[in-house]
Design a protein around this ligand. Structure first.
Ligand code: FE
Ligand code: FE
Ligand code: ZN
Length: 276
């Protein structure tokens, strides 16, 4: 059975997120490791993280899918942005060792004109610097819509990054349904074909999490505008087939749809209905 959650605010700390998730009917969730549009970070509160883990163990939660800030671009053209980004990745992984065994997802980055190949090399370099044998988190590359110069617009680009990472057993992929659709993968008419392609190019064993979003745009639009379930171009029937696909059955499914808390509660309930 998939785990279901949404993207929660982390301002009140770790245990508070766990309690909110339970209230909302969730058994996993996503959160930003730090200010998503800046980079500032709160002091580490290890007892708070341990209290969350104890609550999740008791409640049978799946793995969490933490999200790195949007300002992190490991393949930026500007050296100061790259240095900031490398430090964020290293520091977040060190901090997450206090809450071991979960996922840290990030947008591979935008090469801003340097070319995909150069971008891929920079991203892999940063991962090789940040990952150590002691890293207790699996790092997930997110599939991207291919807006502008985004890397990760194809499964091949993600595979190329993973191939260059030395500790590649610590690497996985988070598939965002809106992004792959916008990237040109037709999950409405050929979900099996898309997953077969994923398996051939990357390997389904690397697929660790799903961002579960409908899209405001048509397949291949490269736009990245999320829609609520059934209110976009993917549509309820196709979203339901993704949720129920046997190859995805044990993964965390995280909603990043444009919703307030009541909206997320409704969508979580709808997803549970689809699974029943
Ligand atoms: Fe994301
Ligand atoms: Fe996403
Ligand atoms: Zn998106």
């Amino acid at each position: 059975m998939p785990f279901i959650g949404s993207h929660l605010s982390s301002t009140k700390g770790y245990l508070a997120m766990g309690k909110t998730a339970i209230k909302m009917g969730e058994d996993t969730f996503a959160y930003f490791t730090r200010n998503p549009r800046g980079g500032s970070v709160k002091p580490l509160n290890v007892p708070d993280m341990q209290a969350l883990q104890a609550l999740m163990d008791e409640q049978g939660f799946g793995r969490l899918v933490a999200h790195a800030p949007y300002t992190m671009n490991l393949c930026a053209a500007k050296e100061d942005v790259r240095t900031f980004s490398r430090n964020v990745l290293k520091e977040d992984l060190e901090r997450l060792n206090a809450l071991p065994g979960h996922y840290l997802n990030f947008h591979p980055g935008s090469h801003v004109g340097q070319g995909a190949e150069a971008g891929i090399a920079l991203i892999a370099d940063a991962l090789n610097e940040a990952l150590t044998p002691d890293t207790k988190t699996t790092v997930l590359l997110e599939t991207m819509a291919g807006k502008g110069t985004e890397i990760g617009r194809s499964f091949e680009e993600l595979r190329a990054i993973i191939d260059r990472v030395e500790l590649s057993e610590k690497m996985g992929v988070c598939l965002d349904t809106c992004h792959v659709w916008d990237g040109g993968y037709d999950i409405v008419n050929d979900l099996d074909g898309v997953l077969t392609t994923f398996d051939k190019v990357i390997g389904l064993d690397r697929l660790k999490a799903i961002h579960f979003n409908d899209s405001l745009n048509v397949c291949g639009a490269h736009k990245d505008r999320h829609a609520r379930l059934g209110e976009g171009c993917i549509g309820a029937e196709a979203m339901k087939r993704v949720l129920r696909h046997p190859a995805l059955k044990d993964l965390p499914f995280v909603l990043e749809t444009p919703n307030d808390e009541a909206g997320y509660i409704r969508e979580v309930a709808l997803m549970r209905e689809w699974l029943a």
